[in-house]
Write a protein that binds this ligand. Structure first.
Ligand SMILES: [Fe+2]
Ligand SMILES: [Fe+2]
Length: 181
């Protein structure tokens, strides 16, 4: 068979462009639905509907299963060093391009709430970028991270490895507002 013709044959390993686009869109949609349902569950709890909250939480979990199945088929999961590089890349994009641009838009439109929500996110993403970068350096030489807790401010998402500060440096929430992993 001539070589040029052979190159045009579909590689059975390839998903096909439309399948890849479909899975990307489905992954984004399912991921968003999962998060939205968790927030809706909190709201249902606050309104005194614990069993509606349960339904939202269970279906949120189902959506995460769909999202991860799609991601797997898209070959979006690599070895941990590759995954850390992908995570570092995503956080870098948010810090260096996405949020600076979104922040300018919010400022230009005078939307203080959007500005704050973006400011909270960008501060945390800077830390995430650094943490993923440091973790990758370790994994590349076959080492795990040190056994230290990682904590997140429930209000603004500030992320800290090791001791929790008395007050969140980003949103000033008290120590009790951190969730530790
Ligand atoms: Fe992040
Ligand atoms: Fe905070």
């Amino acid at each position: 068979m001539d070589e040029a013709f052979e190159k045009r044959l579909p590689n059975p390993e390839d998903l096909g462009a439309m399948t890849e686009e479909s899975l990307k869109a489905a992954f984004a949609g399912e991921s968003q639905a999962a998060e939205r349902y968790l927030v809706f569950a909190e709201q249902a709890d606050e309104e005194g509907y614990p069993h509606v909250a349960r339904l939202f939480r269970a279906i949120s979990f189902a959506e995460t299963r769909h999202a991860r199945n799609h991601l797997r088929v898209m070959k979006g999961i690599g070895a941990t060093a590759e995954n850390l590089a992908a995570a570092f890349g995503g956080e870098s994009f948010e810090v260096d391009e996405m949020y600076p641009a979104y922040g300018e838009i919010a400022k230009a439109q005078g939307n203080a709430q959007a500005s704050r929500s973006i400011r909270y996110a960008v501060k945390a993403e800077m830390d995430h970028k650094r943490m993923y970068g440091e973790a990758r350096e370790k994994v590349l030489v076959g080492q795990d991270l040190d056994a230290r807790p990682v904590s997140v401010c429930l209000i603004c998402g500030h992320t800290v490895i090791g001791n929790v500060p008395d007050k969140c440096p980003v949103c000033a929430a008290a120590k009790e507002y951190y969730k530790t992993f």
